[in-house]
Design a protein around this ligand. Structure first.
Ligand code: CUA
Length: 327
């Protein structure tokens, strides 16, 4: 038994998700996730209660009624005993009702289609190998990788895939929901805390499935409005120092990456790119990592559709100067 202790220790460590509180369903930051956690705790409590009671009776009977030396009597038989039959039929039914009522109520509540809800923020989510596109149809904004949402408001999601099956998951807000090609899955979430949360793809979708991360930037209503205004403002003139980079971008990158506020492109739209949390969803956002990424995307995300463009060191530095202006 003691030889298993290290294994159990390692398992316990792994099962805690290595402790990232922004990537855990056990640290809910909104009502949907809280309700889901309540269901987990409720069903777990009922299961633990049943386990403890059954084990206690089992051990008691084992000790109290074990066959003693010289005791050859057949004990009293209880087969067909009405009282016992009713007891062990009614108790499980009661326990199941305790689990079923909140489970069914919440399942229907969380399946509500909020697409027509006027007060909600509406986001179309499109999963791509291996990145996420976010469209705000009411606001006329298309962005990628960073999902910006206001606290205290329902966010209604319409989730679909552009290629293979993905699954859209923000553990601290609740979920998850499949992103399938041609099928629009609908659900809603709500955040009531300001913060940056991690999002994941939760469906094996190819070589870089594990790297299909995104960020949720949960901000106050005022900050959200400011973000919308910033995104919709006419782009600032590109400073002279970034003009060379802009040309390199136009020549090499623009066929896949749009920069207009609501442009849909084959690759992630880069409007507001300089303000995003991460590079490609996986690397800390700084010039060195940006260079690493553009220089060889497939080394960072195997199977990604972004090719190695083959820019030289000088060109890389120039194009990064330009990307840094896309605030
Ligand atoms: Cu997309 Cu896994």
């Amino acid at each position: 038994m003691w030889r298993l202790a290290p294994l159990i220790g390692v398992l316990a460590f792994i099962l805690t998700g290595c402790g990232d509180p922004t990537l855990s369903a056990l640290t809910p930051k909104g009502p949907v996730a809280r309700d889901q956690m309540f269901l987990m705790i409720l069903s777990l409590s009922v299961m633990i209660f049943v386990f403890v009671v059954v084990m206690a009776i089992y051990i008691y009977v084992l000790v109290r009624y074990r066959r003693r030396k010289g005791d050859n009597k057949i004990p009293k038989q209880v087969e067909g005993n009405h009282k016992l039959e009713i007891l062990w039929t009614v108790i499980p039914i009661i326990l199941l009702i305790i689990i079923a009522v909140p489970s069914i109520t919440q399942t229907f509540d969380q399946a509500r289609d909020m697409r027509k809800e006027k007060d909600a923020i509406h986001v179309n989510v499109i999963g791509h190998q291996f990145w996420w596109q976010f469209e705000y149809p009411d606001l006329g904004i298309t962005t990628a990788q960073d999902l910006v949402i206001p606290t205290g408001k329902y966010v209604s999601f319409d989730v679909v895939s552009a290629d293979t099956n993905h699954s859209f998951w923000i553990p601290v807000l609740g979920g998850k929901i499949d992103a399938n090609r041609g099928i629009h899955n609908v659900f809603y979430l709500k955040s009531d805390e300001v913060g940056i949360f991690k999002g994941k793809c939760a469906e094996l979708c190819g070589a870089s499935h594990a790297l299909m991360d995104f960020k949720v930037n949960s901000v106050s209503s005022a900050e959200f409005d400011a973000w919308v205004n910033k995104m919709k403002a006419p782009p600032a003139a590109v400073p002279a120092s970034a003009a060379k980079g802009e040309q390199i971008f136009k020549d090499n990158c623009m066929s896949c990456h749009a920069t207009g506020v609501n442009d849909k492109s084959f690759g992630p739209n880069l409007n507001g790119f300089a303000s995003r949390e991460m590079v490609a969803g996986i690397l800390e956002h700084n010039d060195a990592n940006l260079k690493r990424w553009i220089n060889d995307p497939l080394a960072e995300k195997p199977g990604a559709t972004m090719p190695k463009v083959g820019l030289n060191d000088d060109q890389l530095n120039e194009v990064i100067k330009y990307l840094d202006t896309l605030k």
